[in-house]
Write a protein that binds this ligand. Sequence first.
Ligand SMILES: Cc1cc2nc3c(=O)[nH]c(=O)nc-3n(C[C@H](O)[C@H](O)[C@H](O)COP(=O)(O)O)c2cc1C
Ligand SMILES: [Fe+2]
Ligand SMILES: [Fe+2]
Length: 392
Amino acid sequence: MLEIREGVFWTGAIDWNLRMFHGYSIPAGTTYNAYLLRDELPTLIDTVKHYGFPEMLGRIREVIDPREIRYIVSNHTEMDHSGAIDRLLQYCPEAEVVCSPKGAEELRRHYKRDWRLRVVQGGDTLDIGSRRLRFVMTPMVHWPDSMVTYSETDRILFPNDAFGQHYASHERFADEVPAGVVDAQAAKYYGNIVLPYGNQVVKALEAVGGLDIDMIAPSHGLIWRRPEDIARITGLYARWAAHQTDPRVVIVYDTMWHSTEAMARRLYECFTRENVPVVLMSLQATHISDVVTEILRSRMALFGTPILNSRMLPTMAGMLMYLKGLKPKKRLSWTFGSYGWSPIGFKEVEASLKEAGFEPAGEGKYIPFVPDEAELESLADAVAMLKAKLSA
Ligand SMILES: Cc1cc2nc3c(=O)[nH]c(=O)nc-3n(C[C@H](O)[C@H](O)[C@H](O)COP(=O)(O)O)c2cc1C
Ligand SMILES: [Fe+2]
Ligand SMILES: [Fe+2]
């Protein structure tokens, strides 16, 4: 039994072995956090992915008989949080499912069931005995239905997907693992899930800014409870939402016969010599979700691909399509690669990066077939130009 605050229990499920979460790689697994508030009208805040139901039920049973549950708050309809509601309702058929207006529509679209819904608006409160819960609408963080629940009595914010991390662990609190580990997971989560919704994050931060928060208990990963940790994660969200970056460079590439790779390596060496922080990522070795984590904090990204049948490599196409959806802002890009007889395919790379929201840092560099030493040397000039743009 895990009591995170008097009368507030973590009753989630740990997904130790999941490695891919809707296309995002999660080497450390994840958790689905459900929270049980033991009160006159016992309330569960969110549930878990469908197969986590037995684990959640077992944890609830350690605290109360599940038949006593009166409210199940569904902050967000995505199935990693709502997937166990239907089975839980078999134990507490009288319970009401508390959700936003959009949540009501989405729950019906997902489950085709006639649950007892209690639809709440932003600012509504719900008394569950000694506690009062308040609901704040946070549309698009992560879906149109998303809301957060705040326990006024406990001063705990239950923000669902916001401030979460895909991280399975025995520990439940962010201060129990090294800060670097949890921050890196929170960054990967933000970059791959929340990045397109920076404006909505700013609004959500404003909406919860007026609340007196002692604890942030998200629906994935670790709970933030020390004042310095709460300040750090909310500060990071403000920074990421404002698209603030460091003067760093990410070089991402793929290659068939190693010519584009030779260019990538030379570019990397030049930046290193210039003391510019740089990372080199081959799409054959690196998942696109890890590239995004680097792009999140970097002001500049370089994209290299050879031409295959007049086009960029499909791995790069996948990378750029992903970025078009994530829409990073206030970042520079530059393109390079090797081709055989027609560089026309690079136009599509350049256009895709503009569409994704990058500002071109300059003319790209494209070399026919295998680059010679003089051509590789010329990349030093490109790096000098890019370095100037990076610090401009
Ligand atoms: C299957 C295949 C298809 C290719 N199609 C084109 C093409 O349509 N247009 C072109 O300019 N070069 C094309 N090339 C040539 C490559 O772009 C060229 O070999 C380049 O140097 C490969 O760079 P890499 O070593 O980084 O893979 C093709 C090469 C291969 C192997
Ligand atoms: Fe979600
Ligand atoms: Fe989620």
